[in-house]
Write a protein of this length. Structure first.
Length: 77
């Protein structure tokens, strides 16, 4: 199973970006997409931005991931 997670570009240096995934920052390659800008939301898989996404869609997905984390914490109890 493959999973791509949305994140917001905070900083760009050459073909790399610092991307925020709901408070977790990671360095991501921008080599597979064109014209990425600070503030854009991108889908990231295996350390590569594979496409841009709309802000609303990205935020909805990040919210669902947070809800899933909470459910999994409850199941561990």
């Amino acid at each position: 199973m493959c999973l791509a997670v949305p994140g917001k570009i905070k900083k760009i240096e050459k073909d790399k970006a610092l991307v925020d995934f709901g408070g977790v920052l990671r360095e991501v390659s921008l080599g597979l997409i064109e014209k990425a800008r600070i503030g854009d939301y991108v889908l990231v898989h295996a350390g590569f931005a594979i496409g841009k996404v709309e802000k609303k869609s990205a935020q909805e997905t990040l919210k669902l991931i947070e809800e899933l984390k909470e459910v999994l914490k409850e199941d561990e109890k």
